[in-house]
Write a protein that binds this ligand. Structure first.
Ligand SMILES: Cc1cc2nc3c(=O)[nH]c(=O)nc-3n(C[C@H](O)[C@H](O)[C@H](O)COP(=O)(O)OP(=O)(O)OC[C@H]3O[C@@H](n4cnc5c(N)ncnc54)[C@H](O)[C@@H]3O)c2cc1C
Length: 407
């Protein structure tokens, strides 16, 4: 593998150009590897700038090898959050068990990383911004594959033709919808809705997570350092997705407030803070499962193709590994149909194993019945006295090939 930072070789054939939609994790990671293999890369991002925020995310297993090969492992190690404790609480706020976060999530002490999502995005962007064209505040309007390449019209009105287009535009991918139709065909609703927002750290929490549960409801406060802000999280069981509320922030706030009315511990303060939060993010918990990740000259990567949901903690790791595998397949095969087939063939089992982790995550974090909650609590108490968990096999189930030289 060529060390990161070496200049790429110059091919004898014409440089292929690719448009990537989305500049979060999968998009900039793919841009890095495609640039390295000789593509001219453009990234279009709907937001006006890189999007900050979100809960801290995990980089584990195979994805650690991807970031090592990119040369950014030391930066991510510096950015590692290192939460010390995860405390589970009963309905009245009394303690069930206090564990290391790794005992709960599975992971390798001293190797797995937890970083601010925005910090990872910024590091990836810095790696490519001088070599890749970024178009912020714009997005793909139409894609036409009837000619030799993909004719793209952007919302800004620009028209350009690319050899390939990749949708890295997340769970609710517009690229996926234009290619394969409405999301509901591919979205597997997991039975939960959640609200994430920040609120003042008036609880004196430091480098720790507190998780409160009653059957079908969970509230979590996450202090990522010693600072005066907390990530707050309210999650609840909802048998059918509340589709009517998804586009209406006031209806979202009302639904969450009604669901958590009368709850104990810090939940009333959290609901009040949610009412005032200007960064509320509300969504349903779900996965994207698709029979194919490409059509013609357009492919999908990351959450757009195979979102595993936050319940697995593997969304970012899948996005990083997927970006590597897709770029590697395109570097090894000039014929994009062969490359896209290789990407799917080599990635699909890894995706399936990680999407399957969702049931563990749901059972641990969000039991929906009193019996399931009691069983979960018994399991947590037992974990306190057991040796630290090791990595889940799914995290490392993909062995990365050496990155292909240019065809
Ligand atoms: C602001 C934000 C906060 C997040 N918070 C969390 C969190 O707290 N916990 C968690 O587990 N995961 C969170 N995620 C998701 C997490 O980043 C992904 O699950 C994972 O990292 C895979 O990344 P991705 O690049 O495939 O997709 P995403 O991270 O979802 O990125 C998709 C990108 O595409 C952009 N985009 C969307 N539509 C278009 C369009 N039509 N045209 C152009 N660009 C478009 C988005 O603005 C975004 O930058 C968050 C994502 C974002 C964008």
């Amino acid at each position: 593998m060529t060390p990161a930072g070496l200049s790429m070789g110059v091919g004898t054939t014409a440089k292929r150009n690719v448009l990537i939609s989305g500049a979060s994790i999968a998009g900039p990671a793919l841009a890095y590897w495609l640039h390295r293999s000789g593509f001219a890369v453009t990234v279009v991002e709907k937001a006006g700038a890189l999007r900050d925020g979100g809960y801290p995310i995990d980089v584990r297993g195979t994805a650690l090898e991807v970031v090592r090969r990119m040369g950014i492992l030391p930066q991510l190690q510096d950015a590692h959050i290192d939460s010390r404790r995860c405390t589970f609480l009963n309905a009245d706020g009394s303690e069930v068990a206090s564990l290391t976060p790794r005992a709960v999530a599975g992971g390798v002490e001293g190797q797995d990383l937890e970083v601010h999502r925005g910090e990872l995005t910024a590091i990836l962007y810095t790696m490519v911004r001088d070599d890749v064209e970024f178009l912020f505040n714009d997005s793909i309007d139409t894609l036409d594959q009837s000619g030799q390449g993909v004719d793209v019209t952007l919302r800004s009105g620009q028209r350009r033709t690319f050899d390939l287009v990749v949708g890295a535009d997340g769970m609710h991918s517009h690229t996926r919808e234009s290619l394969f139709g409405p999301e509901d065909q591919f979205h597997r609703y997991l039975g939960y809705c959640f609200a994430i927002f920040t609120m003042p750290n008036t609880f004196g929490l430091s480098r720790e997570v507190m998780v409160w549960n009653t059957p079908g409801k969970a509230a979590a406060l996450y202090a990522v350092g010693d600072n005066d802000e907390l990530h707050a999280f309210l999650n609840f069981h909802q048998p059918e997705p509340p589709l009517h509320t998804l586009r209406h922030p006031d209806a979202q706030r009302d639904l969450v407030a009604t669901t958590f009315a009368g709850a104990g511990w810090a939940v009333p303060d959290m609901v009040n803070a949610m009412r005032d939060a200007d960064d509320l993010f509300f969504d349903t918990a779900g996965q994207i499962r698709m029979p194919h990740w490409s059509s013609g000259r357009v492919a999908l990567v990351g959450d757009a193709a195979y979102a595993p949901s936050f319940l697995t903690g593997q969304g970012t790791s899948l996005a990083l590994a997927g970006a590597y595998m897709l770029a590697n397949a395109l570097a090894a095969n000039r014929d994009h149909t062969v490359a896209f087939a290789a990407y799917e063939r080599d990635m699909r089992e890894f995706v399936a194993m990680n999407q399957a982790l969702v049931d563990n995550g749901a059972a641990t974090l969000f039991p929906t019945t009193a019996r399931a909650l009691e069983q979960r609590n018994t399991m947590l108490r037992a974990l306190v006295t057991m040796p630290s968990a090791t990595a889940r096999p799914a995290h490392s189930a993909l062995t990365l090939p050496e990155f292909a030289p240019m065809p």
